[in-house]
Design a protein around this ligand. Structure first.
Ligand SMILES: Cc1cc2nc3c(=O)[nH]c(=O)nc-3n(C[C@H](O)[C@H](O)[C@H](O)COP(=O)(O)OP(=O)(O)OC[C@H]3O[C@@H](n4cnc5c(N)ncnc54)[C@H](O)[C@@H]3O)c2cc1C
Length: 466
């Protein structure tokens, strides 16, 4: 017998509470839209609460690219002592480093303060749509299934779940279907920061340094700057012929990987975040394969800790102090939008009249083993993300936000970082709120200059940046 569904109605529904969805929901609610945020996990925040440094939040010159609610989350962390700093890695990136334990408190508070109705452990299983116009989402949680309806939607699911069910087309991975590896990030402490920094200063050849064309210094000078900053934000590299990491791989002490990305997560706890594990060839939509991948990744975490403790100064007393709550998925679907952010747009740092968000991170595509493609944005500039790249073709009232936006694979390899995902979140949430407020059936009917003006008023950074 068919069950009747509980029903609630909103102005805007955001699907997915990763970095992009959280900001989209706050941006929509800040404009007065009755906003729901739906997340199948048990917490909102995605990779924001795993401890990763927020990259793409600045260009390589160090100019901030995010404002408004995205920067607001970092500022809230700062007030609670959870903003570690914004160090430069001596290579290309300024990382906004936060304490993930504080960010775990900040995200729900910021959502509640904005008036967002957050649904956790709530999986969208289907959409109710007609001729490209979405009416509602079926959500299954712990209780009875629900029908949540709205005038406008933001698809921040990472997987373009909502858009593709509503009729959007998508691309996925490389032309041959290859996807970037999945990883499990984790944290370790206590790490003796000073000993590690001295090792960086005295052994620049062990680290990825001086890659961007904005850097006029030698690797040794970059290493000295990192030492002086007091914050270990560096990457142990496997690319050099005789690096310690490369030798550990050759002796079977470490599995093949590009490097060990190191970022500070808490000075008080003497803790560092580590991004280095990887499995390739796993279908991100195969739940059983995800279970096996988790086991393999967990084994790699133990291997990394053992390598660091025995080999790298500062780590000798450390233990695992935190493991991300979920496998990190870098890449799935990219919708086909009205516009597509192209590789050249990113590499040339191209500016556009239809800008609604910015990015600045280099193209970063991880491969199998030690492989990684890195292409820098010329002159350490920023590039503009156009409105049309957030609008899926064939769908009327859905904005796409975050890593599933319309982009070439290389452009996505840049804009998938959290800074630009959050900037897109502000743009998509704002556009959805205006669509609902103005009773428009189609996001394409919005006045672009009005959207840009509202974004600027709400703190988004759209211009004035190299
Ligand atoms: C291992 C790894 C390391 C990285 N390193 C960095 C780094 O150092 N710095 C950086 O800035 N970026 C980094 N990135 C990239 C960045 O973290 C992500 O690309 C970014 O966080 C994506 O955010 P998003 O909101 O677009 O998507 P996601 O974080 O994927 O969020 C989508 C959310 O939607 C939810 N969802 C999906 N489908 C449904 C459904 N049907 N119902 C309900 N909920 C649903 C998911 O549970 C998820 O929480 C890394 C990524 C990975 C995986």
């Amino acid at each position: 017998m068919p069950r009747s569904l509980n029903h609630r109605s909103f102005d805007v529904i955001v699907l997915g509470a990763g970095a992009s969805g959280v900001v989209a929901a706050i941006a929509a609610a800040n404009l007065g839209a009755r906003t729901a945020l739906i997340e199948r996990g048990s917490a909102a925040g995605g990779e924001l609460i795993s401890g990763l440094a927020i990259l793409g939040s600045s260009n390589s010159r160090g100019e901030w690219l995010i404002g408004g609610p995205a920067k607001g989350l970092i500022d809230r962390c700062d007030k609670l002592g959870g903003f570690v700093g914004r160090p430069f890695d001596g290579r290309t990136m300024w990382g906004a480093c936060v304490d993930p334990e504080i960010m775990k408190l900040v995200v729900p508070e910021a959502l509640a303060d904005a008036g967002v109705a957050t649904y956790l452990s709530a999986t969208a299983t289907d959409v109710v749509a007609h001729e490209g116009s979405v009416h509602g989402i079926i959500v299954e949680g712990r209780g009875e299934p629900m029908l949540l309806t709205a005038a406008a939607f933001v698809d921040a699911s990472g997987d373009a779940f909502l858009s593709q069910l509503a009729g959007a087309q998508f691309e996925q991975g490389a032309p041959d279907g290859t996807l970037q590896p999945m990883s499990l990030t984790f944290r370790a402490g206590p790490v003796h920061y000073q000993q590690l920094l001295e090792f960086v200063r005295d052994n620049p050849q062990e680290f990825m340094l001086a890659e961007s064309d904005v850097i006029t210094k030698s690797p040794a000078e970059c290493a000295a700057d990192i030492y002086a900053s007091g914050l270990p934000f560096v990457c142990l590299q496997a690319e050099g012929e005789h690096t310690l990491l490369r030798e550990a791989m050759e002796h079977g002490q470490m599995y093949p990987t590009t490097g060990i990305y190191i970022y500070p997560t808490s000075v008080q706890r003497q803790e560092l975040g580590l991004n280095t594990t990887r499995v390739v060839g796993v279908d991100p939509f195969d739940s059983e394969a995800a279970g096996s991948a988790m086991a393999a990744l967990s084994g790699q975490v133990t291997q990394v800790i053992s390598f660091l403790r025995s080999t790298i100064p500062g780590f000798s007393d450390c233990q695992v102090s935190g493991v991300s709550g979920r496998i990190g998925i870098r890449e799935t679907r990219r919708i086909l939008g009205e516009e597509r952010l192209e590789t050249d747009d990113v590499v040339e740092g191209r500016k556009r009249a239809d800008v609604v968000a910015k990015g600045g991170h280099h193209v970063d595509i991880h491969g199998s083993g030690r492989a990684q493609q890195r292409i820098h944005v010329k002159g350490g500039k920023s590039y503009d993300i156009p409105f049309g790249a957030l609008i899926p073709k064939h769908v009327a009232n859905v904005m796409v936000s975050g890593r599933c936006f319309s982009s070439s694979r290389e452009a996505n390899g840049s804009a998938r970082h959290m800074g630009s995902c959050m900037a897109m979140g502000q743009a998509s949430g704002t556009a959805a709120a205006l669509t609902a407020r103005q009773h428009r059936a189609n996001v394409r009917e919005l006045d672009l200059s009005e959207l840009q003006q509202v974004l600027r008023t709400e703190g988004a950074i759209l211009d004035g940046i190299a």
